[in-house]
Design a binder for this molecule. Structure first.
Ligand SMILES: Cc1cc2nc3c(=O)[nH]c(=O)nc-3n(C[C@H](O)[C@H](O)[C@H](O)COP(=O)(O)O)c2cc1C
Length: 337
């Protein structure tokens, strides 16, 4: 079965990519993932806050960045709490590149324009094959408009993409008013790909302690639906690569993402739950489904159910939303009996 795919201009043996996560903190685990069939790996993110605090610390010749900027960073982890500091991160890219034959993608995570974006060049020098730029932000100020936020994001994408020769993918949030238009703008700003979507950390409230409860829940497959819709809508309208991230838990989920228009499919939660070897179960299941249904390569699948090719495009748009709401009936007590 030919599962090869082109993602960000990189030739992958198959579309299954390990999404940004702690998996690549260990070179041994990264090797297990490669053995299980990973097409590429994305490292955990290096955060703007880590880089900026190191830059400030160096400027002030102090020993501990966390101590010197305690008031500014008190809600952030201490410097030592980050798993990989900026220098360690670069060494880890080098180590992964020595150990693996599949592409290694470094992840830079930030929200404001600043010196941290210089790390894109350092990722490239350390040997990264591509950069995933995660522009995660939560705009809580009512005086900051969506267009201002998006303009800054595009400027960051432009700066990072212009500073390196390796491809840059941008991991987007689903909460843009017009995700398709923004994906096109990101492409225009120089990115080679878009990852749909960032999964937001959503705190809960503790009613006993009246506190905010930070928590990270692993995904389930219901989260895939949002990705499928936007892959299907965006894929006919951009030339850049698209990756699905969120809610892929089995071979069927991965195939759906490809039918909707993805070039690559990222997985994290399912492998945290079942271990790295489960990737080979997903890949085997994909190949089996394809041969049972008469497909021999992903080129015959990619985008076949996107907005341009789908037999019923309205299913992705407003018409079907109205139809479904209108046809839903509440069972009467008589019907229930
Ligand atoms: C433990 C954990 C750590 C993660 N760390 C990062 C990260 O450093 N950077 C990032 O962009 N995404 C990170 N993510 C998000 C994943 O890359 C992915 O987008 C998300 O988990 C959805 O995919 P999934 O449904 O396959 O888990 C993390 C997710 C988990 C569960």
């Amino acid at each position: 079965m030919n599962l090869t795919t082109d993602y960000l201009g990189l030739k992958l043996e198959n579309p299954m990519v390990i999404g940004a996560s702690p998996f690549c903190d260990s070179i041994e685990t990264a090797c297990q993932l490669q053995d299980a069939g990973a097409g590429a790996v994305v490292m955990r993110s290096l955060f703007e806050e880590q880089i900026e605090s190191e830059i400030r610390a160096l400027a002030h010749h102090v020993e501990s960045p966390a101590e010197s900027f305690a008031e500014a960073t008190s809600y952030f982890p201490n410097f030592s709490e980050y798993q990989l500091g900026p220098d360690q991160y670069l060494r880890q890219i080098e180590g992964l590149k020595r150990a693996l034959s599949i592409p290694v993608i470094g992840s830079l995570n930030g929200a404001r324009l600043g010196g941290w974006t210089d790390y894109a060049r350092r990722f490239e020098s350390a040997g990264a094959d591509a950069i995933e730029l995660n522009l995660y932000q939560l705009v809580s100020r009512a005086d900051v408009s969506a267009s201002e936020v998006e303009a800054d994001m595009l400027e960051i994408v432009h700066q990072v993409s212009a500073s390196v020769r390796i491809p840059v993918a941008v991991k987007l949030s689903p909460f843009h008013t017009s995700p398709a238009s923004f994906a096109k703008a990101i492409e225009k700003a120089g990115a080679s790909g878009v990852v749909l979507f960032n999964r937001f950390y959503q705190p809960d409230l503790d009613l006993d302690e009246l506190e905010v409860l930070p928590q990270l829940r692993l995904s389930d497959t219901s989260e895939l639906l949002l990705r499928l819709r936007w892959l299907a809508i965006i894929s006919p309208q951009v030339r850049c690569s698209l990756a699905a991230s969120g809610g892929v838990h089995g071979p069927g989920d991965a195939l759906k993402a490809l039918f909707a228009g993805a070039h690559a499919v990222q997985v994290v939660s399912v492998l945290l739950q079942n271990g790295p070897r489960f990737l080979s179960v997903i890949l085997d299941g994909m190949s089996r489904w394809m041969s049972e249904h008469g497909y021999s390569s992903l080129d015959q699948i990619r985008g076949c159910l996107n907005l341009r090719h789908c037999p019923d495009p309205s299913a992705f748009e407003r018409a079907n939303y109205i139809r479904i709401l209108q046809t839903w009936k509440v069972a009467t007590p008589h019907e229930k009996a």
